[in-house]
Design a protein around this ligand. Structure first.
Ligand code: SF4
Ligand code: SF4
Ligand code: SF4
Length: 289
């Protein structure tokens, strides 16, 4: 009993230290991110961005080398560690994590089908609105098939004119997104992250990233701690680690006292590494037993 209590306290300490580490970058980046949220001409900052302070479009001739590097870094981090941007860098994710504590008692778990439906709808609507602004405000060409661009333009134009609040269209959309965020986050942990259009884009990296999380069934005693902790409502024992929703926060890795969840190279890379080892070139990385 005493041992398990000490173990839990130890685990809590490790988890808290990591949580603190996860808030460092979001806190530093909060001001430029918040500024970009206010100044960005698009409904979703960083999508089709023209003068974003954080990331900028590679196609934009005004993009400075530093911004290009930041954008390249965005892809490099995605390809190496998947959606970790969402748990280690994005200030909005960190704010949600803090807000979620307030509504923790509710912890409503929406079905995966509902999340996916809202995510697809939101992505299409907001991307359409961004594209509309891109065409009408910036007046550049965008490399999309004309029919798709035309459809998105119509959806975006309709969306930006139908909300009858009397505020300018962009303010309406931002207001709508902001209020939605507050309500959703209070009821569902990291609720916005589950449908966030930017997160949806980044989530695709989870399927190809060099590093992923592995689950070892033999070591698991089914205590359920990992799924209880997961802010994204995933169950690592049931494929949660392979989900596009996993934000690689490592809460489950740290919490699991039996080391059943580990960080590992993608299987295809393990096979390549094995071949290199066979050739005697000695590329040494840690292998799971
Ligand atoms: S899902 Fe969106 S809001 Fe959440 S952490 Fe990722 S980019 Fe930020
Ligand atoms: S993976 Fe670890 S934390 Fe999760 S149920 Fe199994 S033993 Fe518990
Ligand atoms: S499965 Fe683990 S790493 Fe992924 S979001 Fe949940 S707690 Fe974080």
């Amino acid at each position: 009993m005493l041992l398990s209590l000490l173990f839990s306290i130890g685990n809590m300490g490790r988890t808290l230290k990591m949580k603190f580490a996860r808030f460092v970058a979001p806190s530093i980046l909060f001001i430029p991110f918040a500024q970009s949220l206010i100044s960005c001409p698009f409904p979703i900052p960083w999508i089709l961005c023209e003068e974003c302070t954080v990331f900028s479009c590679l196609m934009n001739p005004k993009t400075t080398p530093v911004r290009r590097l930041l954008l390249i870094n965005f892809f490099v981090s995605g390809l190496s560690v998947g959606r970790a941007f969402c748990s280690w860098i994005c200030p909005y994710g960190a704010v949600q994590e803090l807000f979620s504590i307030l509504g923790r008692g509710m912890n409503f778990k929406p079905s995966r089908g509902l999340i996916n439906a809202v995510r697809i709808l939101l992505f299409f609507l907001t991307f359409s609105a961004s594209l509309t602004l891109y065409y009408s405000v910036i007046r550049r060409t965008f490399p999309l098939p004309p029919l798709l661009a035309d459809l998105m333009f119509k959806v975006g134009a309709t969306l930006l004119t139908v909300i009858p609040t009397g505020f300018p269209a962009l303010i309406q959309l931002r207001l709508f997104l902001f209020i939605t965020l507050l309500v959703v986050v209070f009821i569902v942990r990291r609720g916005w992250c589950r449908v966030c259009p930017l997160g949806s884009l980044i989530s695709l990296f989870n399927k190809v990233s060099l590093y992923k999380l592995d689950f070892d069934e033999a070591k698991c005693n089914d205590c359920g701690l990992c799924s209880d902790l997961c802010q994204m409502g995933l169950d690592p024992k049931k494929g949660g680690l392979d989900s596009i929703d996993c934000i690689k926060c490592l809460d489950c890795v740290k919490a699991c006292g039996r080391s059943a969840i580990t960080i590992a190279l993608r299987n295809e890379l393990k096979a390549i590494k094995h071949k290199i080892d066979l050739w005697g070139l000695g590329w040494k990385t840690e292998e799971r037993s």
